[in-house]
Ligand binder design. Structure first.
Ligand code: ADE
Length: 232
């Protein structure tokens, strides 16, 4: 799949898309992420992309012209399944949305900035408005990075162990069970006489019983920490 991200701060988001899982996914040919500088599309000789809002409200807005030019140029190259605008008043981003978007061929993500974008772009060109949570960021770049990360990591083959993305917290509306690694008995620095053991069942080698224990633990953690997930 291909993700095009449009921003006034490409230097903020580009390095993120080249590292770790996103970088590896692209090297493996499983995903393509392209970051576009909105200023490359303005007709303003000073490369300005923002202006004061009509009506006297505070702050600045991104103008129609550079956004329309950029979106049109990209749409002339290929069909987009979604043109997403990052906004705190959008639909809440979650795991099912990440899974759904990972199945698309081409998506565009427009990062909001300043006080937002001219509303006509939202009315005429945007197909989906997405928020990553009920808080206000200074721009949509972090939201676009969060979305790209969680979308790409569920593409089959991106994470080594196919099971590992599918068994994440939220994939089945359950939080993950507790996980442990070696040593089986740990003695904390604050009191070396104390022992923190790994639950015995995990050392038993009994696969079916371990799966059952993990499910019970996942259910108990979900009930305690996120009971809303069980109501869905
Ligand atoms: N832009 C500013 N705040 C945002 C949020 N919470 N989600 C997505 N985009 C945003």
């Amino acid at each position: 799949m291909r993700i095009d991200i449009i921003t006034v701060l490409p230097e903020l988001i580009e390095p993120f898309t080249q590292e770790s899982i996103l970088g590896r996914a692209q090297k493996k040919g499983l995903a393509e992420i392209h970051v576009h500088n909105l200023r490359d599309y303005t007709t303003d000789k000073h490369r300005r992309v923002d202006d004061y809002p009509f009506g006297g409200a505070a702050g600045m807005l991104i103008q129609c012209q550079p956004l329309d030019a950029c979106i049109s140029a990209l749409k002339a190259e290929r069909n987009y399944d979604e043109i997403i605008f990052t906004a705190p008043d959008g639909e809440k981003f979650d795991q099912p949305m990440a899974n759904e978007l990972s199945l698309k061929e081409n998506i565009m993500i427009i990062c909001g900035h300043y006080k937002g974008i001219d509303y006509r772009i939202r009315e005429h060109l945007i197909t989906r408005e997405v928020s990553i949570g009920d808080y206000v960021l200074t721009g949509g770049e972090l939201a676009a990075a969060v979305m790209a990360d969680s979308i790409v990591r569920v593409i089959p083959g991106v994470i080594g162990d196919v099971e590992s993305a599918l068994s994440d917290s939220f994939q089945d509306n359950l939080l993950e069970p507790p996980v442990y690694t070696r040593p089986a008995e740990y003695h904390p620095v604050s009191n070396p006489n104390e022992t923190w053991p790994v639950p015995e069942i995990l050392l038993s080698g009994h696969e079916a019983k371990i799966k059952e224990w993990e499910y019970e633990q996942a259910l108990a953690r979900t009930k305690a920490l996120r009971p809303d997930l069980l109501e869905e």
